[in-house]
Design a protein around this ligand. Structure first.
Ligand SMILES: COc1ccc(Cn2ccc3ccc(-c4cc(N)[nH]n4)cc32)cc1
Length: 228
């Protein structure tokens, strides 16, 4: 999978050189490139924003630099998917992460200010698939944090990135339920004991207990995830 990120803060993504995704990049599993939007400006001040038509506070990102950047990054055969973090997007969930992990080329458009001129996405939709995503019902200052979260959630699903694919199966949201509580040594810690069933060595009972814990935790914390 190739991932391109366009941002006015390229240094923000330095962290993608470390940890799991860093190793995946070195191993050639993830081909990740970060671009500075200002590279596609033509004026002396490298301007990327201007005042909003219709008035209002803040500034809007100009369409021209974005069109120049995306024209040189989006694939000409229409196979690219443009991922646009925005407060007004579809809520990002594990189902979307799984779907995006199947795509060959993801391009992340990280806006700032009050967002990007809306015509950019109308134009981009004629040459790519455009997916507008919200990280949640709260407001960030730009798209970078959201893009980082989506890239990590998607990147870890790419075959080979996570050492043991089994560990991807029993995770929160993977089967529509929250994960069960996990424990490790010591069996007793500050007067708190690991549930006996986990020490029983009886795999069937352990599996049943873990599923019960998933359902109970989901019912308590996220009843919205349970079927009516
Ligand atoms: C019109 O209201 C606003 C419009 C934009 C902004 C700042 N901003 C600029 C680009 C950008 C991209 C994503 C997000 C974002 C995504 C989620 N889930 N929260 N916030 C925020 C973003 C603030 C408010």
């Amino acid at each position: 999978m190739r991932i391109d990120i366009v941002t006015i803060f390229p240094e923000f993504f330095g962290v993608l050189d470390v940890s799991l995704l860093g190793r995946a990049r070195q191993g050639g599993l993830l081909d990740l490139h970060v671009h500075d939007l200002r590279s596609w400006t033509t004026d002396r001040h490298r301007t990327v924003d201007d005042t909003p038509y219709g008035g209002g506070a803040g500034m809007v990102m100009k369409p021209e630099p974005w069109a120049e950047a995306l024209s040189s990054i989006l694939r000409s055969d229409g196979s690219s998917t443009l991922v646009v973090p925005t407060p007004a997007g579809t809520p990002f969930r594990q189902t979307i992460a799984r779907s995006l992990a199947e795509h060959e080329h993801l391009v992340f458009a990280c806006g700032r200010y009050e967002g990007i001129d809306a015509r950019v996405f109308e134009w981009a939709a004629t040459r790519s698939t455009v997916v507008e995503l919200s990280l949640g019902d709260y407001v960030l200052n730009g798209g970078e944090v959201a893009a980082m979260a989506v890239i990590e959630a998607v990147g870890r699903l790419v075959p080979g990135v996570v050492g043991n694919p089994e560990s991807l199966v029993e995770e929160s949201h993977e089967d529509g339920l929250l994960e069960y509580p996990s424990y490790t040594k010591p069996a007793s810690w500050r007067g708190l004991d690991v549930p006996d069933v986990l020490l029983s060595g009886h795999h069937g009972r352990v599996a049943a207990w873990r599923h019960e814990q998933q359902v109970e935790r989901t019912r308590r914390v996220r009843p919205d995830l349970l079927p009516d």
